[in-house]
Design a protein around this ligand. Structure first.
Ligand code: NIG
Ligand code: FE
Length: 387
């Protein structure tokens, strides 16, 4: 293993409260970091840094943990910019466009899908994402969902089966048959390629009862659980996620006070996806209200061709600060440690001793520039531990 000293860090955010200023951000000034290809080995004042095989000079810049994007739909073909334009002219979003991406994805070759996914993954990485979750959900057939999971697995270990994204058109007149296909055959075929199962629990997608049946079987197959819930309405997705102790419930745009209180007392993370509100011109969820209720919040891109064609975590952080009343530090924590919690991981999302050596060097003296300079090139360099 080669050791690397990252020296002259003006502001180091570790997210380890035992380090630095003893806040949840674990912040140090004039600091240095020692990593190897796998782990963080040393954190401390620049003046006391040990000698290493190699050196990166941060030149006074801020350094933060690699972002953990815990919600993406990265494997898809085609694009739906016409829907986006229509929404900007006043049309509402109802999930109906998913069928168009299903058609385009089914028609794409494995090579095309892999190439497109690689391009999006590179964009995420350039913006500082070092851990990404990737869902299936745009083929909705036995072999197709398996194919998407295999492709996702080439890019990450955090692979999610989303065969219950919507009911595909060939089952439009027999949705029970599609739910049965997912439960009786698709899960068995797909579970070996996935760590998680997710269901889009919403009017126009799957009901709470259907989602419960699918998720219970997924759990039997050894998968961890996640839920797309309460995006378009107070749909019962949050309550279901809590009932099943899902790792996260994602979107949470419409959450009633009872669910909010229960979420705050649970270990289920609320993953907020403001790129979706931005791209659908919808009201944002209140991050402030969630945090004040004691909810653990994650931020993610939700990168998908319909509601959030976003590959920039700094942009998501900027939206959370500007539109969801989160402080910069709360948003940064949610995009790193919060994402890790949503994936039930303790080895990423922070730079404490022994964490994976996923490090982002900013082109800025303070992490606040992530929100202060939206749309800009705030990420100078992303260092990712070898997989
Ligand atoms: O997270 N909500 C369901 N799935 C995606 C949208 C998918 C699409 O419109 O293609 C989401 O927003
Ligand atoms: Fe999504």
């Amino acid at each position: 293993m080669t050791t690397r000293l990252i020296a002259n860090i003006g502001e180091l955010t570790t997210n380890d409260p035992t380090l630095g200023d003893a806040t949840p951000m674990g912040r140090l000034r004039d600091a240095a970091l020692v990593v190897d290809e796998a782990r963080v080995l040393w954190v401390g004042p620049s003046a006391q840094a040990p000698a290493c095989d190699e050196m990166t000079d941060a030149d006074g810049a801020a350094v933060v943990p690699g972002f953990v994007d815990s919600h993406t739909h990265l494997v898809f073909a085609g694009e739906r910019s016409d829907e986006f334009e229509a929404r900007m002219a006043g049309s509402p979003y109802d999930g109906g466009g998913i069928a168009r991406t299903v058609e385009a994805t089914r028609a794409a070759t494995r090579f095309e899908l892999r190439t497109q996914t690689a391009k999006r993954a590179r964009e995420l990485l350039a913006g500082g994402v070092t851990t990404m979750e990737i869902k299936s959900g745009y083929e909705l057939t036995l072999s197709g969902e398996e194919r998407l999971l295999e492709i996702a697995g080439e890019f990450t270990d955090e692979v999610t089966f989303l065969g219950a994204h919507v009911v595909p058109h060939e089952f439009a007149h027999d949705r029970r048959a599609y739910v049965a296909l997912v439960i009786d055959q698709m899960l068995e075929r797909c579970a070996p390629h996935a760590r998680w199962a997710d269901v889009f629990c919403e009017r126009g997608a799957f009901s709470v009862d259907e989602a419960r049946q699918i998720l219970l079987e997924a759990r039997n197959m050894g998968l961890g659980l996640r839920v797309h819930g309460n995006q378009l309405a107070d749909s019962g997705g949050v309550a279901l996620a809590l009932e099943l102790d899902a790792a996260s419930v994602d979107h949470c745009t419409h959450v009633n006070d009872l669910d909010l209180e229960a979420l705050g007392a649970s270990s289920t993370v609320a993953t907020l996806l403001p790129g979706a509100e931005f791209c659908t011109r919808s009201a944002y969820p209140s991050g402030r209200r969630m945090l004040d209720a004691g909810v653990t919040v994650a931020l993610a891109t939700d990168c998908n061709p319909g509601t959030s064609y976003v590959t920039s975590m700094p942009f998501v952080i900027a939206l959370a600060v500007r539109e969801m009343s989160m402080t910069v530090d709360e948003a940064l924590w949610a995009a790193t440690r919060g994402g890790a919690r949503a994936l039930r991981r303790d080895d990423v999302g922070h730079l404490g001793l022994g964490a994976r050596s996923d490090v982002v060097v900013l082109d800025a003296p303070r992490a606040a520039h992530l929100a202060y300079r939206p749309g800009g090139g705030v990420v100078r360099q992303t260092l990712r531990a070898s997989r």
